[in-house]
Design a protein around this ligand. Sequence first.
Ligand code: ADP
Ligand code: MG
Length: 699
Amino acid sequence: MKYLDTPIEYLKGVGPKRAELLRAELGISNFNDLLYFFPFRYIDRSRFHTIREVNGDMPYVQIRGTISEIQLHGKQRTTRMTATLRDTTGTMELVWFRGFKWLKDAFNPGVEYIVFGKPTPFGPRFNIAHPEIEPVTPGAINQGSAMQPVYNSSEKLKSRGLDSKGIGKLVKNLLTLGRQHIFDTLPAGMLSSVKLMSRDEALSEIHFPTDEASLRKARARLKFEELFFIQLNLLRNKLLRQEKAKSYVFTTIGDYFNDFFYKKLSFELTGAQKRVMKEIRQDTLSGNQMNRLLQGDVGSGKTVVAVMSMLMALDNGYQACLMAPTEVLAFQHFESISAMLSELGIEVSLLTGSTKQAARREILSGLRQGSLQILIGTHALIEEVVQFDKLGMVVIDEQHRFGVAQRARLWSKSETPPHVLVMTATPIPRTLAMTLYGDLDVSVIDELPPGRKPIKTIHKYDRNRLMVFGFMLEEIKKGRQIYVVYPLIKESEKLDLKDLNDGYESIVREFPPPDYSVSIVHGQMKPAVKDYEMKRFVAGQTHIMVATTVIEVGIDVPNASVMVIESAERFGLSQLHQLRGRVGRGADQSYCILMSKDELSTDARKRLGVMVSTNDGFKIAETDLQLRGPGDIQGTQQSGIPELKIADLTQDEAILKYARAQARALLERDPGLQQPENAVVRKQLQELYSDQLHWSRIS
Ligand code: ADP
Ligand code: MG
């Protein structure tokens, strides 16, 4: 076993009990984990403040003084303990809310202590709650380095002596004993050409920095390394696929494509759609498997691109399939694509979880014989029993709902891998796209079909509801339909459902039958009822659709011109944008009305502000990334976004690009990582991604 894989309990100062806690609370189970448990900030312990200097802007202060007048407050159950800290400039209060017993006799009058903590305003003055305190000794003062690490800890860990300081001690022990076991993962040549700090130095400096400059260098080195290996893995996979995954060559553009293009297509393609079609054409002519991500905002016209791509497969004698994340979406695709392809003599079927046995049997046999040419469906498509005769093109809609593994399962359906087109309407910031889909080629439809009126977005407070009702009435009188969406958050599901039902009732009161009809749809309904309601709205039989976010993705009702989002402050940005994309699909002016309460958090206000100011999905995605960080971007959770320990996709775009360029250059020089100097890289890559199947194929 490698030294750094040693279980954490064997580290000096740990033992079984603390090891269990470290594992449970911080996910630290071996030496390596501890080494990569970085401080979240540093504090200057070399500087002392006087009590008179203290103000509320200081994140922390360090004061030398005496402690007296220890008092317990509160009657039955003691609630608070205070003490007075005194230096030559004045006094301030220290306060504790627990640990009284131990504290009562902890301080000796007349002894000077070093008190450290965060000052908080308390009346006209400041106090410090739960300060760190130690007696002044020559050691204590000299040890106060300018940059001491601060680690996350927890109450449980603190009760076992593992507060930030305790964790720091463990790291120190580890670095003292184990530093010679920290090997570099980057070749020496790269270290010197890119001017990177060595790995052991970086890991030591990030915990106990000598100064600001070396901390910066250490962070840069570790960020680079983190991003470099992610990119190397992605690019290596791409290379591998290109080497091994030879796919079909679609030599012919034939009748299916031409008939559709010249006879059925009722509009001119946008420039962006044409460009993407050219890219797809080139991919399918290359002999390599296409793996292309198609990003395009809601309503940008991805479906027609998907259809034409599938027709190219058909023209060359292959089958095609399209997979959507929900039944409703699959159904809509089936309906609209069947209509687009009517009279072209093409066999199209729909397969979902609710397809009846008899129909299913027929579909499966048609697929195997090759008579069924296009299959549209849900996850049902990736089941083992679904076998194609010659699958040439796979389209996956709304990628963010599928994991990477599911993608792979689809294209492993035939011996020769089919071409794959992944479509997403959730614009992904560049850095995230590079990290998530770095092994795919990316196309962007950055142009909306002509004649679209930009959606007008308005923010209204709940107290203006009557005005909003009035507006809804006007739109309904014009013959339009309206969505009203309520949040449904897991934690408060009951309350949310109540809100939804109350809202539904008040809308029905405002828009009563028989003149008006209102649909309601939420996730707790039976699928059949939900479908029925949804279809009524799609068919224009109801005026208003009251719903939760189940309608978020893909639904296409061009006649719907108003989207009212209730409690909009509770939605994330990308969700708001998706919801807004449900309107503005026809030629009429559309509106999105964001309803909120009066008091909003700063972030919520920013979110609503961005929504009002732009319709540009990419701008919104960038803001989202900035506000929430990459881990929380909608849909990325299961789609294989690596957990980053130090790099930050909102800040480190430059390092990311550099790391990707370096990874690419390395693979160009040494695609198999065979050269002796690159052995360290190869080893690290293997270690990081040992669970990946295709690794075994690299020789
Ligand atoms: P999305 O990218 O959100 O899937 P769709 O493919 O559903 O968008 O297209 C939205 C609407 O725009 C559809 O009604 C489609 O027929 C129409 N459309 C697509 N491309 C064009 C175009 N070039 N010109 C005019 N209308 C278009
Ligand atoms: Mg779509």
